[in-house]
Design a protein around this ligand. Structure first.
Ligand code: IPM
Ligand code: MN
Length: 352
C-alpha cells in the first residue's frame, strides 16, 4: 500500500492532476497494486487566504509519504518567488530531494522543432542537482535602492552535495544501460571553483564505474548540441541552475511542456515528488485546454520510483500511443480536451 500526497496547486495544476490520478487508478487496476491518497491545498489561493505558503506541520506530515504528486505552483496575484521558494523549493530542500531527474524523450508521431531528428535521436536524461548551487538563497543586498547598490547571489557547491549527485548519475547511467555515457555539463573555463570541484568529483567517482564512459561539455556548447546532435547524449549531470535551463530546452525538443515531466528524488530516504514541469499556465486554467500528458508522465516516473516497474512501463506505453494521436501537444491545439486525453490514456492502459 503506497501513501501518496497530492498537491494540485495553482492554475491548470488541479485539472492535470485529476487526469494523472485517473491514469494512476487505471494502472493500479491493470497491474494490481494499491495506494491511498491525501490531498493538500497548498498554493496561491491558500496563501492569499491565510498568508501561509507551507505550514511547518504539513512539512512534517509530508515526510511520512512514499511520494508526492504535484500539479503546479504559481499564481498571478502573488509576487514571483514567494510560492516558488515557499512551497516548491522548500519541499525540495527540506525533504532533501537532491536529484531532479528529467527525461527528454521524443515519442513517435510527436512534432519536434528539430528537423530531421526523430525518436531514435532524442532520448536522454538530465540529472540535475536539486538542493544547492544558485538556488540556496545565499547572498544579499548592500545599500539596496541606492546608486551604490550591490547584489550578491552565491553558488553553493558542497563536496557531499556534488558527490551524491554525481554518484547517482553514474548509477543511473549504468542501470539505464543505453549507451553508458555520462556527460558532465559545466563551465570549467569560467566558474573555476565550482566546476573544478564538480570535475574532480566526476573523475574520482567515475573510477568506480569503469563501464560508464565519461564526457564533459560546457553548458553553452550543450545547448548547441542538444539542438544540432541530440543523439550524442545518454545521461547529462549538472548543477541546479544549468539543469533548470537546459531542461526547458530539453522539453521543447521532446514536443513541449505538454509532455515534459520531472522527479525530485531522495533515493536513500525513499521519497520523491513528481511534477509536470510546465508551470501553472493561468491563462488556460479551467478551460480543459491544457495537455495532461506531462502530469501523467510524472505519475509514470512515480511508479518507476516506487518500484512498480510493470505499471510504469504500461503507463509509458499508453502515454506514447496517446501522444502520437494528438494533433499537437500544445494547449488548445490537441484536438481533444484535457479530460478526453486522460480518457485516451486510460483506454490505452486497459487495452494494452
Ligand atoms: C523548475 C522550475 C522551478 C525551478 C521554479 C518554478 C522555481 O522552473 O522546476 O524547473 O527553477 O527549479
Ligand atoms: Mn525550470
Amino acid at each position: 500500500m503506497y501513501r501518496i500526497a497530492v498537491i494540485p496547486g495553482d492554475g491548470t495544476g488541479p485539472e492535470v492532476v485529476r487526469e494523472g490520478l485517473k491514469a494512476l487508478e487505471a494502472v493500479a487496476q491493470k497491474v494490481g497494486f494499491s495506494y491511498e491518497i491525501a490531498e493538500y491545498d497548498f498554493g496561491g489561493e491558500r496563501y492569499l487566504r491565510t498568508g501561509e505558503a507551507l505550514p511547518d506541520s504539513a512539512l512534517e506530515e509530508l515526510r511520512g509519504f512514499d511520494a508526492i504528486f504535484l500539479g503546479a505552483i504559481g499564481h498571478p496575484e502573488v509576487k514571483p518567488g514567494i510560492l516558488e521558494k515557499g512551497i516548491l523549493l522548500r519541499l525540495r530542500f527540506e525533504l532533501d530531494l537532491y536529484i531532479n531527474l528529467r527525461p527528454v524523450k521524443l515519442y513517435p508521431g510527436v512534432y519536434t522543432p528539430i528537423r530531421d531528428k526523430g525518436p531514435e535521436d532524442i532520448d536522454f536524461v538530465v540529472v540535475r542537482e536539486n538542493t544547492e548551487g544558485l538556488y540556496t538563497g545565499t547572498g544579499g543586498f548592500l545599500r539596496k535602492g541606492t546608486s551604490d547598490e550591490v547584489a550578491i547571489q552565491t553558488s553553493v557547491n558542497t563536496r557531499k552535495g556534488v558527490e551524491r549527485c554525481v554518484r547517482f548519475a553514474y548509477e543511473f547511467t549504468r542501470r539505464r544501460g543505453k549507451r553508458k555515457k555520462l556527460t558532465l555539463c559545466g563551465k570549467t573555463n569560467v566558474l573555476t571553483y565550482a566546476f573544478d570541484l564538480w570535475e574532480r568529483v566526476f573523475q574520482e567517482v567515475g573510477r568506480e564505474y569503469p563501464d560508464v564512459g565519461q564526457d564533459y561539455a560546457h553548458v553553452d556548447a550543450i545547448t548547441m548540441w542538444m539542438v544540432k546532435n541530440p543523439e550524442y547524449f545518454d545521461v547529462i549531470v549538472t548543477d541546479n541552475m544549468f539543469g533548470d535551463i537546459i531542461t526547458d530546452l530539453g522539453a521543447m525538443i521532446q514536443g513541449g511542456m505538454g509532455i515534459a515531466a520531472g522527479g525530485n528524488l531522495n533515493p536513500q530516504k525513499y521519497i520523491g515528488m513528481f511534477e509536470p514541469i510546465g508551470g501553472s499556465a493561468p491563462k488556460y486554467a479551467g478551460k480543459g485546454m491544457i495537455n495532461p500528458l506531462a502530469a501523467i508522465s510524472a505519475v509514470q516516473m512515480m511508479l518507476d520510483f516506487l518500484g512498480e516497474e510493470e505499471g510504469a512501463r504500461v503507463l509509458e506505453d499508453a502515454v506514447a500511443r496517446t501522444a502520437g494521436k494528438l494533433e499537437s501537444l500544445a494547449a488548445g491545439r490537441m484536438g481533444y480536451t484535457t479530460s478526453e486525453v486522460g480518457d485516451l490514456v486510460v483506454q490505452a492502459v486497459e487495452g494494452g
